[in-house]
Design a protein around this ligand. Structure first.
Ligand code: ADP
Ligand code: MG
Length: 346
């Protein structure tokens, strides 16, 4: 029996740590949240610098619009966001973030430094927090226009969570995966990744077809690009474009399936089902197709506020989205002439 304690409000720190359980699972989930913030801030270049798989240190710098000095402490507070103001805003939310929880959650389970400078400020400012419940102090700093978030010693104060972290390599693989997915979502943005002092990934802005293909190859490999079919179809307000792997390019795992809804990375049961159906007749059981697909539709016909990680979405016109995906993909794959399905002779 637990003793009968009086009801009391949790401290903000504890409340944040509990909430962090929902969005911060490992370095890659920190990276996802921080990268979303960079993109929401209009960044054109993002630099990610990582030590020990991101557990020791994960630093993300952008050249976006920055945060004014007087708002820096607020950025770290729970339920503090600049992205929505009213429930109606959620209806057609175009930003990747809107919950105002990421920085509060991350800073409650790490040592976090937030440095930022806006275009009209003549210098940068910084706040530092570390597992404390006090108001962060704003200090002057040196930084170009934009924002850097440095997250050190993830889960240093939550050993139960730290236990679930895997090897440096595994954590780094997850992290790299998130960055690559983001890089597919935004061809126009440059991404640079360093791990333990070495450059691992340098993706330049890809604003034409040739450089987009180059980015696809850098992320998914040359083999995928050689055996992928570009598609681009619009019907009844639904626009699907991207690259679908030919049935010959099947994989033993579903590890090369990138689906984006209005630029948001999504792993959705409805989408997965439609794709599986489309490939059903041309792919052996147990094999998985590879694809990079972008679905664009009116933001108000998709609900993104389904899950804290925002990985799931809910379509208002469930059925018609499914049918559109299925029929578009089915036709695209069926249209491939038999000789195209042969692997190129090498
Ligand atoms: P959300 O993204 O849901 O608003 P976050 O906790 O991720 O919540 O961020 C809180 C706020 O801090 C954001 O609404 C934004 O105003 C500001 N912010 C965070 N990261 C950045 C960034 N990289 N550049 C500019 N502003 C940022
Ligand atoms: Mg955010």
């Amino acid at each position: 029996m637990t003793e009968n304690r009086a009801i009391h409000l949790l401290s903000p720190r504890l409340a944040n740590q509990i909430a962090a359980g929902e969005v911060v699972e490992r370095p890659s989930s920190v990276a996802k949240e921080l990268l979303e913030n960079c993109l929401d801030a209009g960044a054109q270049r993002i630099d990610i610098d990582v030590e020990q798989g991101g557990v020791k240190r994960l630093q993300i710098r952008d050249d976006g619009h920055g945060i004014p000095a007087d708002q820096l402490p607020l950025a770290l507070a729970r339920h503090a966001t600049s992205k929505i103001a009213a429930l109606e805003d959620l209806e057609g939310v175009a930003s990747l973030g809107f919950r105002g929880e990421a920085l509060a959650s991350i800073s409650s389970v790490s040592r976090l430094t937030l440095t930022s400078r806006t275009a009209d400020a003549d210098q940068a400012w910084q706040v530092e927090v570390e597992g404390r419940d006090m108001e962060p102090r704003v200090q002057p700093a040196a930084h170009p226009i934009g924002t850097t978030v440095e997250v050190c010693d993830l889960f240093f104060n939550t050993p139960a969570r730290r236990k679930f972290l895997r090897t440096e390599k595994t954590e780094f693989d997850h992290l790299q995966d998130v960055i690559k997915r983001m890089a597919l979502a935004r061809f126009d943005v440059a991404f640079h990744l360093r791990h333990n002092g070495k450059s691992v990934l340098a993706l330049h802005p890809a604003n034409d077809e040739v450089s987009q293909a180059r980015r696809i190859a850098a992320v998914c490999g040359d083999a995928f690009l050689e055996q992928a079919l570009p598609i681009n179809i619009e019907r009844n307000g639904l626009h699907l474009w991207g690259w679908v792997g030919l049935p010959t390019f099947s994989r033993s795992r579903a590890d090369m399936q990138h689906f984006f809804v209005n630029g948001r990375i999504v792993s959705d049961r409805l989408v997965a089902h439609a794709v599986r159906q489309a490939y059903r007749d041309v792919m052996y059981g147990g094999r998985h197709p590879a694809f990079v697909l972008f679905l664009e539709l009116d933001p108000s016909s998709v609900d993104v506020n389904v899950h804290p990680t925002k990985h799931e979405v809910r379509f208002r016109e469930n059925r018609s989205v499914h049918d559109f995906l299925y029929s578009t993909l089915h036709r695209a794959i069926a249209d491939v002439r038999p000789e195209d399905k042969l692997e190129p002779a090498s």
